[in-house]
Design a protein around this ligand. Structure first.
Ligand SMILES: Nc1ncnc2c1ncn2[C@@H]1O[C@H](COP(=O)(O)OP(=O)(O)OP(=O)(O)O)[C@@H](O)[C@H]1O
Ligand SMILES: [Mg+2]
Length: 300
């Protein structure tokens, strides 16, 4: 079974597609069998990062037109196997639960070591669910305050939804679940949810505590202009730990580099064009951290 790696962010435009495509090329260069998937169902553009002008066949053909998954995989000019998204197809952003399961189980069963999902920005349930089921969950953010706030907001929705889905199997948690499902999510912290659950059933509260501590999302700081921005890591880590009881794995950072946007416009993958750059060195470091994290979690 392939390991699923999901790459998400709260805010758009922080560099999910740059990070996911670069990581895929880096894994491929290190001899791993990897499939890169554009799961940004509303605004697909990942094809441009791997040297393709148009997405071609993609997830849409797989879920709506009965194509086999293997029929929609193409070998991209960047050298990695790729499944394009279908941003211009109306309704694609609103896939059903059945279609989501079909995508995820199909991908896991393909003959790859790693499948990287480049998710769309924001907290739609489809994105959050694809994030939560991944073996490696990665949040990309930049040092800008809105990006940090949105990354926090994304993780909050992700972990609250994870807990809600666990509790939804039992009628005696109906009260807590109703509060969790409301727009304001009504609990000030994950610990306060665990406390409320403990008042109903201590074993269930312990189970929540244990999957929350196993959640461990990775974090990449992108578009770093000054080294001092790396302090964002520590502030973010503390706040997430305090309110969400989640431990962050710091996977690394990528510097701000004007050549990134030039490469996208020219359809020349940055990693292939500038193999000796500092940025590519950082991508390789993130790749190694990620593999180490996967082995450390006992998933291997
Ligand atoms: N490290 C970087 N240095 C300089 N520019 C960057 C860097 N990473 C990304 N960019 C620029 O930011 C823009 C957005 O990057 P990207 O498309 O990867 O973000 P995204 O999070 O996938 O966006 P969306 O939410 O729209 O899918 C790109 O056009 C690119 O030019
Ligand atoms: Mg993107």
């Amino acid at each position: 079974m392939a390991k699923l790696i999901s790459i998400a962010s709260g805010k758009g435009g922080v560099g999910k597609s740059f990070c996911s495509s670069s990581l895929a090329i880096s894994l491929n260069a290190a001899g791993h069998k990897v499939l890169l998937v554009d799961a940004d169902l509303g605004g697909a553009n990942l094809h441009n990062f791997v040297g393709l002008k148009v997405p071609g066949v993609g997830l849409y053909n797989y879920i709506r037109e009965r194509s086999e998954l293997s029929d929609v995989i193409v070998r991209s000019p960047a050298g990695v196997d790729f499944i394009g998204g279908s941003g211009d197809v109306l309704g694609m952003a609103h896939i059903t639960k059945f279609e989501k399961i079909k995508i995820l189980t199909g991908l896991k069963n393909e003959d790859y070591e790693y499948v990287i999902l480049d998710l769309g920005a924001g907290t739609s349930f489809n994105m959050v669910d694809m994030f939560n089921v991944a073996d490696i969950k990665i949040v990309v953010m930049s040092g800008e305050p809105t990006s940090i706030e949105n990354a926090y907001g994304f993780l909050k929705v992700a972990i609250y939804r994870h807990i809600e889905r666990f509790l939804s199997k039992r009628w005696d948690f109906a009260e807590i679940n109703k509060k969790l499902r409301s727009k304001s999510m009504n609990f000030p912290s994950v610990q306060s949810i665990i406390d409320a659950a403990a008042a109903v059933d201590k074993a269930a509260a312990a189970a929540i505590k244990s999957f929350v501590s196993a959640f461990r999302p990775g974090m990449i700081l992108n578009q770093v202009k000054f080294k001092r921005e790396l302090n964002v890591f520590y502030g973010f880590e503390n706040v997430v730990n305090k309110y969400l009881s989640i431990t962050i794995e710091k996977l690394g950072f990528l510097p701000y580099d004007e050549k990134v946007s030039e490469c996208i416009k020219l359809l020349k993958p940055y990693y292939v064009r500038f193999p000796d750059s500092e940025t590519v060195g950082c991508v390789d470091d993130i790749r190694d951290q990620m593999i180490a994290k996967l082995q450390g979690s006992g998933n291997e």
